[in-house]
Ligand binder design. Sequence first.
Ligand SMILES: Nc1nc2c(ncn2[C@@H]2O[C@H](COP(=O)(O)OP(=O)(O)OP(=O)(O)O)[C@@H](O)[C@H]2O)c(=O)[nH]1
Ligand SMILES: [Mg+2]
Length: 320
Amino acid sequence: VSYSLDRVLAGEVVAGARLMRDVDDRRPAGLALLKQLHPHTGKAYITGVTGNPGAGKSTVVDALIAHHRAAGHKVGVVAVDPTSPFSGGAILGDRIRMQRHALDPGVFIRSLATRGHLGGLSRSTFDVVSVLDAMGYDQILVETVGVGQDEIEVMRAAHTSVVVTVPGLGDDIQAIKAGLLEIADVLCVNKADREGVDRTVRDLLHMLDLRPTSGHDGFGTGKEVEIVQTIATKGLSDGSGIVELAAAVERHRAVAWTGEAGIRRARIRASAQIAELVRALLADRVEQGLARGLADEADAVVQRREDPYTVAERLVARLR
Ligand SMILES: Nc1nc2c(ncn2[C@@H]2O[C@H](COP(=O)(O)OP(=O)(O)OP(=O)(O)O)[C@@H](O)[C@H]2O)c(=O)[nH]1
Ligand SMILES: [Mg+2]
């Protein structure tokens, strides 16, 4: 194997990339090293960026990279694309507008696509984030496309969830944002150079008021969510709002991740990760258990010698 604990901790890019690949392929050597990395993680701050397609998430992430780099941080980026049926490749490439940072040794960008496994994205995100964290990337940005349950699961890996929206969605905003609003710690109204920003901010404020006081993790309340307007295409220049967005994330960090609240949140985050791993391990076991096929059982069921319920229970009991 071309990686080791020392090389990953030293931040060697080749070692880190190989480890991520092996972890993705579920190779035992990768998993073994992941276990060893754990004591060396927990230093990075992880910001999730989600929102509807084309809202400007990548452009926002690109500007945030520049902001963190200017402040001397090393930045890791995880671009998650659960909507794409393609594995990585061109489609995802198009969605990542951070190429100008690709040559910066202080920036590491990693793409994740589903490759068809159910619910595995959240686990993969946690894994990649851990490797980046251990490598010394102290600001990690996770971009995820879309609005489904997958995104919400992926966002559990983040400390602060930024939901990006745009002006002029009109009535759609209600439908699109219902699920996302619940997970938002900071709301970013991007494309603020467009018409209808004030209206959108007003709508969002109204919806936040209607939001249940206990969010997805039992902590969020509507009042705590800040709304920041950005023009991400302006990068870090005056009036882009990116510095303000980063400041809002910092304020959320200070409130949510310090003291008692921070301990409780850390526990919830770890629980989500463990639960995801348990599901994954059980799913693997089920796959192995079913690998030899079900021809005999199927015959028994077809011929009415056995019922499918009892057969399923017996098979599950045998999974070890
Ligand atoms: N006018 C305007 N255009 C913007 C702004 N931010 C991003 N865009 C443009 O919006 C388009 C989509 O931007 P992306 O950053 O790729 O959006 P995204 O949300 O990452 O898109 P997907 O990952 O494909 O869902 C691009 O053409 C951007 O240049 C902004 O603040 N104002
Ligand atoms: Mg994008």
